[in-house]
Design a protein around this ligand. Structure first.
Ligand SMILES: O=C(O)[C@H](O)[C@@H](O)[C@H](O)[C@H](O)COP(=O)(O)O
Length: 210
């Protein structure tokens, strides 16, 4: 709960600063199970939401109203109350194959000003899952591509994800995690020097102080 309140406070402040500077802001959020309380709390924040475009750090290749759709998660939990005035820019529209989905997502993409990441217990952020065939591409710090298509063996659906390079090109990054298990993963990742792909995404965040 504390993590959620702190991230709501900091995220809202960052958005307000970007809006004051540039008149508009792009916010990229994560999906999964844990952001519900955060999204609901954020939706009640007083901010000029009409100046905010909300998008996702990753999306699953499912129809827009599927229970696993991250866009549906935002629609149901964030785009309510004060935040209903924001513009939702989903990553996927009606694409059913992964290449078309990636092309579609890239067409509408804008590098976010504010990003809120979650983290899986295997250390993945966005959909940069350990074991994904093209993980190296997703983690290459000089990859010019903002988004990547992956079929991670550990995940239920094929995914579109921000690349690590694009995360690093974004304005402000927050990592919102809760619970002992995730804390242990983060601490382990910060300590380990092994170059095992399993720990790379999250170790990168630990080392760069996200
Ligand atoms: O769409 C997704 O799956 C995410 O964006 C992903 O990176 C998520 O943040 C973690 O998997 C944590 O998920 P939980 O909140 O469900 O633990």
């Amino acid at each position: 709960v504390r993590c959620c309140r702190v991230t709501v406070f900091r995220g809202t402040k960052s958005l307000a600063e970007v809006i004051a500077l540039r008149g508009k802001a792009v916010l990229a959020l994560s999906g999964g199970r844990s952001p519900v309380a955060f999204l609901q709390a954020l939706s009640a924040e007083s901010l000029d939401w009409s100046r905010v475009t909300v998008t996702l750090v990753d999306e699953r290749l499912v129809p827009p109203n599927h229970a696993d759709s991250n866009a549906a998660l935002l629609r149901d939990n964030l785009l309510q109350g004060a935040a209903a005035a924001a513009t939702l820019q989903p990553l996927l529209d009606d694409a059913t194959d992964l290449d078309a989905a990636l092309a579609q997502a890239c067409r509408h993409w804008h590098t976010p000003d504010v990003v809120v990441l979650g983290m899986g217990e295997d250390g993945h952020i966005a959909s940069l899952f350990p074991g994904a065939a093209n993980l190296a591409q997703g983690l290459a710090p000089d990859n010019p591509a903002p988004l990547l298509a992956l079929c991670p063996p550990a995940a239920a659906h094929a995914r579109i994800s921000m690349t690590l390079a694009e995360l690093l090109r974004s304005g402000v990054l927050y990592l919102a995690i809760a619970g002992e298990d995730k804390r242990r993963v983060l601490e382990y990742a910060a300590r380990t020097r092994s170059d095992h792909g399993f720990w790379r995404p999250v170790r990168f965040q630990a080392e760069t102080g996200w």
